[in-house]
Unconditional design. Structure first.
Length: 377
């Protein structure tokens, strides 16, 4: 490739998807021979579970908030002059553009990573957040100045166009998120902490994600209630968020207090996912859905709603690698869960094809797509 130095600017490295994404991508770049790599982050030091290739240079900008980062970012860009600057996740894009413009280093090509639907995500979970509300307006103003943009699914790209957010110089690519299975498959073999998975006396459904409106967990709860008279199941939803009280009320209304658990966050979700009988994602909006790929890699059959943003549809290739159901159809979701739990042949089929599908998201495979795209920027 013509670019010899790649810098990735991210929010933080102290855990979660925000940290796993640049870690996986730099691993892919490194294994493909790109050795001059920088990862810039605000201030929080990398978590114990986040690892980078030994030669990747980690650079803290020393600021607590993303909107305070442009000056520090500009200073770095003037000093190092990398060939490419990539911003990820989406929440960091606006301050990244500001820092890049402030630096005035035009030999550094700037590429935006668009990992969410922006307007749809804001409308569901951030409609009262003024800072988030102005993001689309800033995007319309600043995105055209960038050299390129990638989206994690075709659905995200379609929404950007629908919302009249300009694509920089028409230089765009759809590239999925990298998923470093080596980072969690070993941990998935550990014994789960949750008693329903330690001593399983009935099939266990697992879901993972923030307890927010976007995850649409009420649909999943209603689907579980529907199948209880056919097959006795347990449901565990790992995660925390503002919808906890509402979900607890729904659980009580449906009489599922003994069958649904909301244990909050856990240090090792993969040990729980790997022991589940089925993984279900019920979201209204998903640009990608990392947990879906992780469950597939763990050998667990998956079911997902056909969420806005097209992430699950893209990952499952229109249902080829897992059940895909409408995001407003309780009966369809209940039927899909029932089929996975009662049809051994269908279950085995999903497990086998899912593991094959995960190869497409390996860090090297995704990094190669990035390198091909950067040749055009």
């Amino acid at each position: 490739m013509n670019q010899k130095t790649i810098a990735i600017f991210t929010w933080g490295l102290d855990g979660g998807a925000f940290a796993n994404l640049p870690a996986a991508l730099t691993k892919g770049f490194w294994n493909l021979g790109v050795k001059d790599l920088y990862v810039l982050y605000l201030s929080k030091e990398p978590g114990e579970d986040i690892t980078f290739p030994e030669g990747v240079k980690l650079v803290p900008l020393g600021v607590e908030r993303s909107m305070a980062s442009p000056i520090a970012l500009a200073k770095f860009l003037r000093a190092v002059k990398p060939d490419v600057l990539i911003s990820m996740p989406t929440i960091i894009s606006i301050p990244a553009i500001m820092g890049w413009l402030l630096a005035g280093v035009r030999q550094t090509k700037f590429v935006i990573y668009q990992g969410d639907t922006l307007t749809s995500d804001i409308a569901i979970d951030h409609k009262d957040n003024l800072r988030m509300q102005i993001m689309p307006w800033l995007a319309r103003l600043l995105y055209p100045t960038a050299n390129g943009l990638t989206t994690v699914s075709q659905g995200v790209l379609d929404i950007l166009k629908q919302d009249h957010i300009p694509i920089p110089r028409n230089c765009v690519a759809v590239i999925p998120n990298p998923v470093d299975t080596d980072q969690f498959l070993l941990r998935s073999q550990a014994e789960p902490e949750h008693p329903w998975l330690k001593h399983k006396d009935s099939p266990v459904i697992v879901s993972l994600g923030r307890l927010g409106k976007r995850k649409n967990y009420s649909l999943l709860l209603e689907a579980v209630a529907k199948i209880q008279n056919q097959i006795k199941v347990k449901l565990i939803i790992f995660g925390e968020g503002p919808e906890r009280k509402h979900l607890e009320e729904v659980i009580a209304q449906l009489g599922l207090q003994q069958d649904v658990s909301l244990p909050g966050r856990v240090d090792n979700p993969w040990s729980h996912i790997a022991k589940a009988d089925v993984f279900v994602m019920s979201s209204l909006d998903e640009a990608f859905c990392l947990a879906l790929v992780e469950a597939m890699a763990c050998g667990v059959p998956v079911i997902s709603t056909d969420a806005v943003g097209g992430g699950p549809r893209s990952i499952l290739e229109d249902g080829k690698y897992g059940n895909l159901v409408p995001s407003d159809d309780v009966q369809a979701l209940a039927d899909a869960i029932h089929k996975v739990l009662t049809s051994e042949s269908w279950r085995e089929h999903l497990i086998n094809v899912s593991k094959q599908r995960c190869q497409a998201f390996q860090p090297e495979a995704v990094a190669q797509q990035w390198l091909s795209f950067l040749q055009q920027v």
